[in-house]
Design a binder for this molecule. Sequence first.
Ligand SMILES: Cc1cc2nc3c(=O)[nH]c(=O)nc-3n(C[C@H](O)[C@H](O)[C@H](O)COP(=O)(O)OP(=O)(O)OC[C@H]3O[C@@H](n4cnc5c(N)ncnc54)[C@H](O)[C@@H]3O)c2cc1C
Length: 394
Amino acid sequence: MENVSKFEEPLKRIKHFNEFHTPVSLERQKEQGERCMACGVPFCQNGQIINGMVSGCPLNNLVPETNNLVCGGNWKQAYERLTKTNNFPEFTCRVCPALCEAACTHNLHEEPVETKENERAIIENAFAEGWVAANPPKVRTGKTVAVVGSGPSGLAAAMQLNKRGHLVTVFERSDRVGGLLRYGIPNMKLDKSVIDRRIAIMEEEGITFKTGVNVGKDITAKELTNRFDAVVLACGASNPRDINAEGRDAKGIYFAVDYLSSVTKSLLDSELKDGKAISAKDKNVIVIGGGDTGNDCVGTAIRQGAKSVTQLEMMPMPSEERTAVNPWPEWPRVLKTDYGQQEAIAVFGSDPRVYQTTVKEFIKDKKGCLEKVKLVSLEPKKDEKTGRMKADVR
Ligand SMILES: Cc1cc2nc3c(=O)[nH]c(=O)nc-3n(C[C@H](O)[C@H](O)[C@H](O)COP(=O)(O)OP(=O)(O)OC[C@H]3O[C@@H](n4cnc5c(N)ncnc54)[C@H](O)[C@@H]3O)c2cc1C
């Protein structure tokens, strides 16, 4: 199979905050659809919990059906089939971790079918063809619903309720709609115009969005229940997990979402000209947490011109291949080198991750600014109560 890089080179893409995905050829999309048809029993489309982890698509996307339609060139039908289960394929095709591909039967012994790539082709083609157009309900029920929170769950609830004919108002405390899609996930992973494009259609379909309204403060629960027939709470989980270490009050320590939000807001408000983004320029940056959010912070700090970036992870480095206790089609607990880490390798020459460690103490300079950190080594241990792995100080 032709090996095509789908991403702009790390050293080029760190010069901007735009998406860096390059679409693959139509021929390759069809070829992937054909590979999907070589499957006996598809595990990709059935979101199920195996060994405590989700395997397959949690939305139950009809993966073989859409792939089959792609290989036959039936793009409109593919779009219709995809949107039977997925409200926003344009978001998932950009940011979903592709559980379908992890559970793909081909993934037993070779590369999985590029379903996420095909999903992107289906939805972007549908937008280009004008098939994703406002389709307001023909009949209104006369019922009103308030949705609190405009993240993906609030938006999906609003869309479904509106389709049923209810009049929906979405309340969002932030200045823009989208929740973590807007201000958590960086622009290079999800261009914010993709959210605006969808919101414009939802407005045309009759949904009202009210931003800058903090429900509970600007409007009480009582007022909401008086004014609306039903209320949906889709407020997300915005409380960050803090670290309890000496010197935590040092200046220069930020929660990931505060950092990432400040950068995206400044990007959207002024193309980063207003100077309001928390800046990592010329700084030695420590990211505490080796997961996806940490990776987004690594990629963002590199784009801002950080002097160095180190990412701390509590758990040991995962193996590069599946182990015997983590067989297909379980979600693979293997080493993943994400875009930010690839960029760190390209810029600084080594993987930014340091495993089995965390910060024991933050050391301040005379002005109270963070100057150094004291690290501690950790040892993985099984929690006897929960059976989950945790990390203890060595
Ligand atoms: C940095 C980062 C990167 C991520 N990357 C990915 C990824 O690549 N792929 C992926 O699948 N997932 C990713 N996620 C996770 C994903 O963003 C979340 O799972 C998802 O956004 C949760 O959706 P939600 O609608 O439940 O909540 P949220 O997106 O958090 O939305 C909740 C909304 O409710 C609003 N709200 C809360 N209280 C009130 C109130 N009282 N009044 C009015 N409004 C209120 C909030 O302002 C917010 O806008 C990432 C998360 C983070 C933090």
